[in-house]
Design a protein around this ligand. Structure first.
Ligand code: AMP
Ligand code: MG
Length: 404
């Protein structure tokens, strides 16, 4: 089964090329944050709908207040949500509040702080300039313009904007359903009775959390013992899902049965070995028309590979723009030896010094079974294949893992 190791970027591109976004569904704004638009959002109204006052004060004719103090007669009132029905004549003013329509004939607002009021008379102490303190109709947006473009992941500001455009709901790509299971005779769910030779399955819950964070719906199919029939029976429960992820059983050991079990049951493998560390035995293909990702069983490899491949896959399935994980620059806090042909993702801490580039220090141990270190890591240092030895202080790319 000798096969060349595939570079990380190529593996990701091949996975993404196989995926098509889920169908659109209408979603109320309250549930839309963080999801991806399946259609452009066109403004259903003009905002503001009319020229509105930006301040509390008096609507005036600027010409009447060219020299100050100016004395004006207050002829009416315009609250927000109301309006003054008449037209402002020479020497007249209308008491106006923020958000109220500017009356006909008025072309400026004198703010309340610059006035004195005596019954029906108002004295303006500051001169007015035409247009001042008025928000023109359509200042924010006009009916018919495309405010938000399909494929955009919705921020809270986007949700507010969509509401302002008068959309109570939006068409969004359905959250992708990701079925997954672990394989291994040694595995037991957390909290369940456990034998001396067994270990707790951490991958199921870790992957479910990652899927939720990436916008998907996790369907946990449990743990399949290392038997072909059980692996097949478990995989079949994934039918109807948008994606299947297997955990473990993906390398070349005698008990690594996922590939051989499913090959007899509708699995077409695209590739299965990647030039990266942790996580060489990554597998991708189609199981009965469902895109299938086989992640390594080692818990750190499973999480890192999920971050590099499954998260972009979920972004694409949701109609978003799938990319490699975002990287930033850091200075090395410890020297690194020359890298081999596998792209390396080193667990590291980050120290922030105000005004300086942060310092990323790789942990001395990088064993891909050590969840304590993955949990403690602030970032992954990315080392390209064959990177030369690096000294303290050299710049490296890092993938941030958590926000402080
Ligand atoms: P495998 O890929 O099945 O050869 O597993 C590689 C290593 O990861 C073995 O030490 C397994 O015991 C361990 N492993 C596999 N699946 C899990 C899991 N779900 N949770 C924790 N460790 C696992
Ligand atoms: Mg195994």
């Amino acid at each position: 089964m000798a096969q060349a190791l595939i570079p990380v970027a190529e593996a990701r591109a091949r996975i993404l090329a196989m995926l098509t976004p889920t169908a659109a569904e209408p979603v109320m704004l309250a549930n839309a944050a963080g999801r991806v638009l399946a259609e452009d959002v066109v403004a259903r109204r003009t905002q503001p709908p009319a020229d509105l006052s930006a301040m509390d004060g008096y609507a005036v004719r600027a010409a009447d207040v060219a020299s100050v103090p100016a004395r004006l007669r207050v002829v009416g009132e315009a609250p927000a949500g109301g309006a003054y029905g008449g037209t402002l004549g020479e020497g007249e003013a209308v008491r106006i509040f923020t958000g109220a329509p500017v009356p006909q004939g008025a072309d400026a607002i004198v703010i309340q702080e610059d006035t004195e009021r005596y019954g029906d008379i108002v004295i303006a102490r500051e001169s007015a300039v035409p247009g001042r303190n008025i928000r023109r109709a359509g200042l924010d947006f006009k009916e018919g313009v495309t405010g938000l473009v399909s494929g955009r992941k919705l921020s809270p500001a986007d949700i507010a904007f969509a509401a302002a455009m008068n959309h109570p709901s939006l068409f969004l790509h359905r959250r992708p359903r990701v079925a997954f299971f672990s394989t291994g005779d040694e595995l037991v769910r957390p909290g369940m009775p456990i034998g001396p030779n067994q270990i707790v399955s951490s991958n199921n819950d870790g992957l479910a959390a990652l899927i939720v964070e990436a916008g998907g719906v996790p369907l946990d199919l449990g743990i399949a013992p290392d038997r072909r029939e059980t692996i097949r029976a478990t995989a079949r429960k994934a039918i109807g899902a948008d994606m299947l992820v297997t955990l473990g059983g993906a390398s070349v050991g005698d008990h690594d049965l996922v590939q051989s079990a499913l090959a007899e049951d509708g699995l077409d493998i695209d590739f299965w070995r990647i030039a990266m560390r942790p996580g060489k035995p990554l597998m991708f293909g189609r199981y009965r028309n469902i895109p299938m990702l086989g992640l390594p069983g080692n818990p750190v490899s499973a999480q890192v590979c999920a971050l590099l491949f499954l998260v972009p896959a979920l972004t694409k399935l949701q109609g978003g723009e799938a990319t490699a994980p975002h990287t930033t620059l850091a200075r090395l806090g410890a020297p690194l030896a020359e890298n081999d042909r596998r792209e390396d993702y080193l667990r590291a801490s980050i120290d922030h010094v105000p005004g300086e580039i942060p310092v990323a220090t790789p942990f001395p141990k990088q064993d891909s079974s050590m969840l304590s270190l993955l949990s403690a890591a602030d970032c992954l240092i990315v080392r390209p294949p064959h990177a030369p030895a690096a000294e303290v202080g050299e710049m490296v790319s890092v993938i941030p893992l958590r926000q402080h």
